[in-house]
Design a protein around this ligand. Sequence first.
Ligand code: ATP
Length: 474
Amino acid sequence: MEHILIVEDEIELGRFLSRLIELKGFRTTHVKSGKEFDEITDFSLFTLAFIDVRLPDRNGIDVLKAMKMQAPHCPCVVMTGYSTVKIAVDAIKHGAADFIEKPFEDINLIDQLIDRLLANPQFDVGEEAEFKRIARELGCFLGTSRSMHQLYELAYKIAPKQVTVLIEGETGTGKEVLTKFIHAASRRAAGSLLNINCGALSETILESELFGHVKGAFTGAMTDRAGYFEAASSGTLFLDEIAEASLSTQVKLLRVLETGEFIKIGGTKTERTSARIIAASHVNLDEAVQRGAFREDLLFRLDVVKLNIPPLRERREDIPLLIDLFIEQSGETITFSPDALELLQQHDWPGNMRELSNLIRRTAAIVKEGAIITPDLLPDRIIGKKKSFPIAASVEPVRFPDEWNDFSKKVMNIYNGSEQQSLDDVLSLMKTMEKRTATALIKKSLHETAGNRKETAQKLGVTTRKLRYYLNET
Ligand SMILES: Nc1ncnc2c1ncn2[C@@H]1O[C@H](COP(=O)(O)OP(=O)(O)OP(=O)(O)O)[C@@H](O)[C@H]1O
């Protein structure tokens, strides 16, 4: 008969769980402290364990570790309050099969969890298949390196929980891809995943996009408009480059995270959201807090589960399979010669997965179907040669003035009444032109700096990621 261990100091809760399990026809043993746990003589009896992470005389993680030593076969579920979710995530890293939050809100979920873990004690076949199916559908590589595989496994386990996730990783490491994976593996997958780059928008536009606005809040606000927090209420909101939100926007974000409440720009009514928040940053937020550039209380709220994506240079073993994946995604059939492959594996990839994916796509696009790529076909930065004429040549010349002329002609025609358009159409046209103007200026400046992005960004007084946003490289 199945025998389930419960380690829980809250007597009522332990009793409740025992009853729930016994009603299923299983045996239980309930211990209320670390001391009582030590008195257990035969751990081989247990087929499942529920462990409270906060015992009066012992850290739950230590109990979990002891349990895993004594009965490695036995799946362990840790039980946690909201303030200890971080410890629960740590427990998963130490081998816990799952965690549940107290107070128990949905008994059916506990019931299903027991059935699932008793039927498949480990990260089981069914789950593994689901994990892989989601990744396959997203074109998402799970990694052969231990660090990446564990990261995605942890992401899969926390995906169904209603917890905020913070993803840190260098540029191009796959923070957005990981977010898509978490959303798809969550119970919110049918809802929308909305993505906003906090670094690419001015403070006013960012706040209006996030919180929405009421009619008349500012010039051009002709109707009430829902913001991302409202629109993502049954889904996920991805706050990319959170470190770049201004300190005043951070205060407003903190309020939403603490209370689920916000007020539309220009409004007075308090609105509620239950959007799941995933935030990402390429800068280390602890360091940003030290510099006074990021609010500590906001970091505390965001960092319930932190996922750190390692840079590609720290998991070079993933490179060959990633190359295969990106070739497959390009739809071409190129191959790399062994010496070219070796160079690709030695490269440091400062742009991480994005740099590798772009290189494969570009290479596949310029060579013939079935070509074998030898080192001479690789860019100079990969083979370590100094460029004689940097990317300037590849920066396309801009025929922007023509576009502006057409645009102003159109607007003047509308203004003079010779062309009919609604005001909304005109405003949307202006928005398009705003983006085109920025893109054209960036391209012109890139041309002048021979493709030097850092210099271009400095010249234009923006960040390099803002450049990328306008160049459609996000
Ligand atoms: N797990 C993955 N599997 C397959 N491709 C990936 C994976 N992660 C990243 N990529 C590739 O790298 C590109 C960049 O990924 P993504 O946009 O998620 O990075 P990021 O960390 O969010 O970048 P940034 O810091 O610049 O916002 C993707 O478009 C995709 O081609």
